[in-house]
Ligand binder design. Structure first.
Ligand code: HEC
Length: 170
């Protein structure tokens, strides 16, 4: 018994340095590879979209058109929404004609959901207009445009990306 254990110990002590060496010959290149790989990610522009904004905050979504305010005004607000959202009696006081839309939306609290801005620059998920266009789940009233076919997801994405980029006025 005792002899057997002694042999066993001997085997371990004999083996350990060799296996350590074997592991370290594997570990050292692995560490080098990971360090270079991590450096590469930080420095080669991967993870950024064409405007240099980080992908992930809606930067990589398929969009119906170039996500600028000018295009959104022309293709969405002026084309579809001003059927109702115009003039002194506009629903919820939200006028979406080109003279008023930007100032009625960006950093303005929603009437239906006062905890949210209609548009919160940089934060499409917490912009009430996106909830209203996508139809929920936590909206008051109907999906927009009310009683009309919903916008395509690519069109909503263009608004999402514009908001994610800070909702600039151009
Ligand atoms: C047919 C009329 C109609 C059209 C078209 C329409 N809306 Fe509305 N909208 C309303 C009405 C009525 C309300 C208030 C009742 C409700 O929310 O259902 C409203 C409410 C809203 C609100 C909530 C405002 C707040 O302060 O809480 C937003 C945002 C909105 N609409 C955006 C849009 C957008 C963007 C479009 C175009 C894509 C659009 N609407 C098209 C009738 C319309």
């Amino acid at each position: 018994m005792a002899e057997g254990f002694g042999e066993f110990r001997q085997k371990i002590t004999f083996r350990t340095p060799a296996s350590r060496r074997r592991y370290s010959t594997l570990l050292v290149p692995l560490i080098f590879i990971s360090v270079f790989w991590l450096n590469g990610c930080a420095g080669n522009g991967k993870g950024l979209d064409e405007n240099g904004n980080p992908i992930g905050n809606d930067g990589g979504l398929p969009v119906a058109f170039d996500p600028t305010y000018t295009n959104i005004q022309q293709n969405v607000f002026s084309a579809i929404c001003i059927e109702c959202h115009v003039g002194a009696t506009a629903p919820q006081g939200l006028m979406l004609d080109s003279d008023h839309a930007y100032d009625n939306l960006v950093n303005v609290h929603s009437n239906e959901e006062p905890n949210l801005f209609r548009i919160a620059p940089g934060d499409p998920d917490n912009s009430y207009i996106i909830h209203k266009l996508e139809g929920g789940p936590n909206i008051v009233g109907g999906q927009m445009p009310l009683n009309r076919p919903p916008l395509s997801q690519e069109t909503i994405n263009a608004i999402r990306v514009w908001i994610a980029q800070g909702a600039p006025r151009n």
